[in-house]
Design a protein around this ligand. Sequence first.
Ligand SMILES: [Zn+2]
Length: 140
Amino acid sequence: MKVPSEKINFPVVSGSSVCFPKEALCPMCKTTRVQEPHSMAIVNLGAMLMTNRANGAGMMSDDLDGFLRFIWHGAHQDGRGNHAGTSAFLDIVEDVRGGQADLYFCSTTCLRAFFNACVDAFEMKIDAAQARVRSKKGKP
Ligand SMILES: [Zn+2]
């Protein structure tokens, strides 16, 4: 199934908003309902403030801010690899109060399309950073 690729505004979740999408419609295909009581693939991410580690008890806490970030670390000194000397990042989830977030998709196909879109946006940021590095060095 081909999923239409639309521009995604990153970060998809930040601050006191902890769910993506805000409406109960799959953010990728925009045709299938998600959230209760529908079928869905959920990216559940974050941290738990452990209140009793021995019992495995924990809770969300306003002292935690959750995030999901892709980072490009370009090779330096004697290191080797693509986009040497370049650094870039993409914030997918940023400063989520309470430390946890949920991303909902109608299917694994749409989940895959979302991460493909994330990697596409990340590659654009790496390319832009590489272009800045080249222009500083006077390379074409
Ligand atoms: Zn979908």
